[in-house]
Design a binder for this molecule. Structure first.
Ligand code: DP6
Length: 338
């Protein structure tokens, strides 16, 4: 890995466009050992998703006095711009420049659906900015930097099934578990609640320690991590499925028992939790996971999708409320002429 020396490029120009995909965690990141550097309390495992793409174009321009951030066609909020700006500071420090940038970022999925993800956003921003600044960083280092913007973004630096390790600042990076194409799994996302703002994960992580159940959760995680990783390696949903559903419930138990309590579920979330139990009895092998929001992610093999979709339709969920995702690739970047 080569890096530009600080001070080497005080007036950087350069532009790049990158795309990166969000991921769904099968073993969750919830709670931090270090808030400033987004060091997690535990390892997590995810699948990068093909359809949840963020495309980000960035141009470093010496004429700019401040970073500018256009998100989904409109000006980003001051808080969003400040967060992106702080993130760019890590990359500017590596390139030895203070040059400000214009960022244009688009999500190829409906933000109103509550699927907007800081994981794809910060992965794309990291890769685009490193490309524009001509930084020659390997995927491990890019994963580390993406983590500083948003923990789950560290996993979006890779395609397919990924494990992000807990540890110190150098150690806590993600890596793929198996090669791309290993297992054609599906994440059928049911948008039961469109548009409602979730309680930000940033605040949620700090509340994890207020739950008396956090210790129990952390104690059970080594067993969960090995079951999920074994299920993935052996392409065995009968091993992985029960482990990921119990794991999502364990994270939500910590959320609900935090002080103040975080309750992300809606009646439809519970309806779907009950429905997947019926589906399994009907030999539609599907297990459910949930992020910090109400929308169920139904995990199954590709061949199960048609039967699952028809059952969901019977329950009133179809059309734009259902998004079928498969394994997605890691980020791509192109340098542009500034
Ligand atoms: C519940 O801190 O990565 O999705 O607040 O969107 O930056 P942002 O998310 P992050 O927390 C993600 C929490 C989670 C579980 C997970 O993805 O591991």
């Amino acid at each position: 890995m080569s890096q530009h020396k600080p001070g080497g490029k005080s007036n950087a120009t350069g532009a790049a466009r990158a795309e990166a995909r969000a991921n769904i965690a099968f073993v969750k990141y919830w709670g931090r050992a270090d808030d400033a550097r987004n060091l997690p309390l535990n390892d997590s495992i995810s699948l990068t998703l093909d359809r949840l793409v963020t495309t980000t174009t960035i141009e470093f321009a010496p004429a700019l006095d401040a970073d500018e951030f256009l998100l989904n066609g409109g000006a980003a909020t001051p808080a969003e711009t400040a967060r992106a700006s702080r993130h760019l500071d890590h990359l500017r420090a590596l390139a030895g420049t203070k040059t400000r940038a214009r960022i244009v970022s688009e999500n190829a999925f409906t933000t109103a659906g509550g699927l907007a993800s800081s994981a794809s956003g910060f992965a794309a921003l990291t890769v685009a900015a490193a490309g524009a600044l001509g930084l020659d960083l390997d995927a491990r280092e890019l994963s580390r930097i993406a983590r500083l913007g948003s923990g789950s973004a560290s996993r979006s630096l890779f395609g397919g099934f990924v494990r992000w390790r807990a540890g110190n600042d150098r150690e806590s990076v993600a890596e793929p578990i198996v090669p791309m194409g290993h297992w054609d799994l599906r994440d059928v996302i049911v948008v039961v609640e469109a548009g409602r703002k979730k309680t930000g994960s940033a605040d949620g992580h700090s509340l994890a320690r207020t739950s008396p159940f956090l210790t129990g959760r952390l104690d059970s995680l080594p067993g969960t991590l090995s079951a999920v990783e074994r299920g993935i390696r052996e392409r065995d949903l009968a091993i992985m499925g029960p482990a990921i559903e119990a794991e999502a419930l364990s994270m939500h138990a910590v959320m609900m028992t935090s002080n103040p309590s975080l309750l992300y579920w809606t009646p439809d979330t519970v309806r779907m939790l009950l429905a997947v139990r019926d589906f399994r009895e009907e030999r539609i092998p599907t297990w459910m996971t949930l992020d910090a929001g109400p929308n169920p992610h139904l995990i199954c093999e590709a061949g199960t999708v048609p039967r699952l979709l028809s059952r969901l339709k019977e329950m009133g969920f179809g059309g734009e409320h259902v998004l079928v995702c498969g394994p997605g690739e890691g980020p791509k970047v192109d340098r542009l002429q500034p």
